[in-house]
Design a protein around this ligand. Structure first.
Ligand SMILES: [Zn+2]
Length: 856
């Protein structure tokens, strides 16, 4: 066995040595996982302010099962003084790898050491510098997921080679350093410098190793509560928010430890707020990084904003078990960590805040994104084949963040809560501090529940797309159901039958509603059990949102729902029914004008803030994308008046805030613009709401985009009022909406060629560049934006490509733009993952064109 293994490995390695692959191929990863174990990284970094690189020294120790050459991953930096087992060897970089030559390698223990440097920049590197304009300080932080650790130091950058990290940082003495483990010691290290030594970590993957350093301050340090760090200029703001953040996190730790029957897996837990972090959060083991803007709200927050923050905190916290303790073997199983973190965040919050209707919020924040990707030709299975880690960024998106938790919810419904929980406990116990694959999880579910899930997994994990479930029913002259059948079809028309578990609602005017559980595992089924039941007013197939799929109302039910919707007292049901009507709009099966009119009629009585916010969003999309100009011109003044009225007079502050946002989104007429201007100058105030800087800047942005004659003056006034670091970013965002072609040209050039422009500035300004009324001005940039995709994929963080496409394609509504996108798709030589992303995003443009043609 050993012999065969060794020969295989030498052959594989020989190949690799001949031509090291770009990136990290699955073959390279498998070969190294076979060869290496007991990995330890001893890393020393020297952090010097205002420099373009950091220097470091690395001592690497590992056990090799056989002696053979080996590739270390290292891109972008320089390495020197490479010593392998006491033998100096040339530090030869090749295609992002450092070669450890066969003659120097041992079977058994190996020691490798070297000096290295790695780049630091404000964007586009693994070590990012943030310059705080408010107090002229500087912060450095790492962000390695999915495969950028090898831009910062030489390593085996694959998730299934977990190592113990021993980190030492030399930095200015007034800096605070945070990493995965607790600080072991600190000592002076030359003039003005201090050495911070961290304890060794437990085994963790390279993408979960991290540090942040700068004049951070620890907020509201309380024994027993997780640590929370913020840059010094935001200390006072953070003090206000800290109690809520620390409390929900501490409650989450208790809840999840007990749910998983596993104590918190690492010796400590800190959260570090990073301004402009590319993601909402990143779950480094023991040291989650959070986007500062997601915690310290830049706009006047509603209750929903607070609950969304809870979800973010619980999501990153769940990863400490699901992702950090037990890690996917390879990024094709990304859903294992993301799907569960998302699902468990809601699960935990539903238990911690039982009065908040959390599963309704799950439907609102998870399902639309899932269904909208899954009904496009750009969708993928939950399990995504990743041949090389350099394509791993493409695996991130709605399929793992939204579809996977939706499918997990359905599975928990079918298995029952107890078996579901017992399976997760078994899975985490068996793979603690190690790696696992999706099939390991499915086996746990099967072992615990006694159910066979192979068919389930084949369709929900390995197959792309989703079913649409339809119902046909009728009643006899006695007013009893005499026919009730369910059918399913693949929305992409690629063939497929899914096992779907659901709860069906029968709603009546004269009696309490009834519900039945059913599973549809075939293309068609008669529901005998409901025959002879009283004839309902309407039926809805996905009551409580347990199932995953498209559920449109049948014609009879739709009419009844439209008549009765305002009177549906259960807010979850009301939300689901509205959702189903909106799905009908997107299927071009219901006139957008009818939906907008219905929403405007019922919104004044809608007391649920989250639902009202959804509906305002749909009305805005309906007006800006789906109806024609004359319908919009007729409706907008009414919508503005309604928004303004409810912004000023709603009884509830959250409603006043969302109507303020609604007014800003819908506004177009001179009268509406005057209201925004009055809000900016203080002539008009929203009772109980104190607009925050970003609230103000988005009003300025709208006025610039709408070419208001006072926009320039208001912009200048706002710049004077808010010249903070954030203010400069928002000013950049506002000017991107300037309705003038030379300005668009300058911005576009900046996006692609200004390497010092922080990524979050660009991200934040893309929507303004493509403001809803500027499709004509933005159209010349559609093709160049598509042509830039390979560059963007290479240089930007994970979610940037999608944000970019959504802005540039989503800013268009015409058949001409649609033709350009499809022409590009059919002629450009593109990576498969980029093709899929374009197909995903252009689906909305296709729908828009179709809706406008059908309802001119
Ligand atoms: Zn996550």
């Amino acid at each position: 066995m050993r012999m065969i293994l060794a020969i295989f490995a030498m052959l594989a390695a020989g190949n690799l040595m001949a031509a090291p692959p770009d990136g990290i191929s699955r073959e390279l990863a498998r070969q190294r996982a076979t060869q290496i174990s007991d990995l330890r990284y001893h890393l020393r970094f020297t952090l010097t302010p205002h420099t373009r690189s950091i220097s470091g020294h690395e001592d690497l120790q590992f056990h090799s099962r056989f002696s053979g050459p080996l590739l270390l991953d290292f891109r972008d930096g320089t390495a020197a003084n490479l010593i392998v087992n006491g033998v100096p060897v040339p530090a030869k970089m090749d295609h992002g790898h450092l070669q450890l030559p066969v003659h120097a390698m041992h079977r058994g223990e190996n020691k490798v050491s070297m000096d290295f440097t790695a780049p630091v920049a404000t964007a586009g590197k693994a070590v990012t510098r943030f310059e705080d304009q408010d107090d002229n300080t500087e912060y450095l932080y790492t962000l390695f997921v999915p495969m950028d650790a090898d831009m910062a130091f030489p390593c085996f950058d694959q998730p299934d080679l977990k190592g113990r990290f021993h980190l030492e940082l030399t930095a200015p003495e007034n800096w605070t350093a945070i990493s995965n483990a607790a600080i072991k010691s600190q000592s002076p290290a030359g003039p003005g410098q201090r050495l911070t030594v961290f304890s060794e970590t437990r085994p963790i993957s390279t993408y979960l190793f991290a540090f942040a350093a700068g004049p951070f301050r620890k907020v509201r340090e309380t024994p027993g509560l997780p640590g929370l760090y913020v840059r010094q200029s935001k200390f006072m703001r953070a003090e206000q928010e800290a109690p809520e953040v620390q409390q929900i996190t501490a409650q989450g730790i208790d809840y999840l430890s007990s749910f998983f029957a596993q104590p918190f897996p690492f010796p400590k837990y800190d959260m570090v707020m990073i301004p402009g972090l590319a993601y909402g959060g990143m779950e480094h083991a023991g040291a989650t990084f959070l986007r500062e803007e997601s915690v310290l709200f830049r706009i006047a927050p509603t209750r929903s904003d607070h609950l969304n923050r809870d979800i973010l905190l619980l999501h990153e916290l769940t990863h400490q078990w699901f992702g950090d303790l037990t890690t996917m073997r390879w990024f094709d199983d990304l859903w294992l960590k993301e799907g569960f973190a998302q699902y468990m965040a809601f699960h935990a919050l539903a238990s911690l805040k039982p009065g908040e209707n959390i599963w309704k919020r799950f439907y609102q924040s998870i399902k639309p994104a899932a269904y909208s990707i899954d009904s496009t030709k750009g969708t993928t299975p939950i399990y995504q084949n990743i041949a090389n880690l350099q394509d791993a960024k493409s695996a991130y998106g709605a399929v793992v963040y939204s579809k996977a938790p939706g499918v997990i919810k359905q599975l928990a419904f079918v298995l029952g809560e107890e078996d579901f929980r017992a399976s997760l406990r078994l899975y985490l116990k068996e793979h603690a501090y190690a790696n696992a694959e999706w099939s390991d999880l499915v086996h746990s579910f099967e072992r615990v529940s006694g159910k066979t899930l192979q068919e389930w997994a084949a369709m929900w994990i390995r197959h792309r797309g989703m079913p649409q479930i339809d119902v046909v029913w009728s009643c006899d002259s006695q007013n009893r159901i005499d026919h009730f059948s369910l059918t399913q079809h693949d929305v992409l028309g690629e063939g497929g039958v899914w096992p779907v578990g659901m709860q069906v609602l029968f709603e009546y005017t004269d009696r309490a509603p009834s519900h039945i559980h059913t599973e549809l595992n075939t293309e068609r089924a008669e529901l005998q059990e409901v025959i002879a039941k009283p004839c309902p007013q309407y039926v809805f197939l996905n009551d409580q949102d347990y199932a995953y799929g498209r559920f449109l109302l049948d014609e009879r039910s739709r009419q009844a729902v439209i008549e009765r919707l305002g009177g549906v007292s259960d807010v979850f049901e009301r939300t689901l029914l509205w959702g189903s009507l909106w799905d009908a709009i997107r299927e071009a099966d219901l006139a957008p004008r009818d939906f907008v009119e219905l929403a405007l009629r019922l919104l004044p009585d809608e007391t649920d803030e989250a639902l009202a916010q959804n509906l305002i969003g749909h009305v805005t999309i309906g007006l800006h994308r789906y109806v024609n100009q004359s319908v919009r011109a007729e409706i907008v003044p009414r919508a503005e008046t309604l928004a303004s009225d409810l912004m000023l007079h709603s009884a509830n502050q959250d409603l006043r805030i969302i109507w303020f946002r609604g007014l800003r989104a819908i506004v177009e007429s001179a009268l509406g613009r005057t209201q925004l201007k009055d809000l900016l100058t203080g002539k008009l105030t929203v009772p109980g709401m104190d607009p925050r800087p970003l609230d103000r800047w988005t009003m300025v942005t709208a006025l610039i985009a709408l070419n208001d004659s006072e926009a320039d003056a208001l912009y200048a006034a706002e710049q004077k009022r808010d010249n903070t670091g954030d203010g400069q970013k928002y000013a950049y965002m506002a000017q991107a909406a300037h309705p003038e072609s030379a300005s668009k040209g300058r911005y576009f050039d900046d996006y692609l060629h200004n390497s010092s422009r922080p990524e979050d500035w660009i991200e934040q300004s893309l929507g303004s560049f493509n403001y809803w009324n500027q499709s004509g001005l933005a159209l010349p940039y559609l093709k160049p934006a598509l042509e830039a995709l390979p560059q963007i994929k290479r240089e930007r963080k994970i979610f940037f490509v999608l944000g970019w496409l959504n802005a540039f394609i989503g800013g268009q509504q015409s058949a001409a733009a649609q033709a350009q996108v499809h022409e590009f798709l059919s002629t450009a030589a593109l990576d498969k993952d980029l093709q899929l992303k374009i197909l995903e995003v252009s689906d909305e443009l296709d729908r828009t064109v179709k809706i406008r043609q059908r309802y001119p």
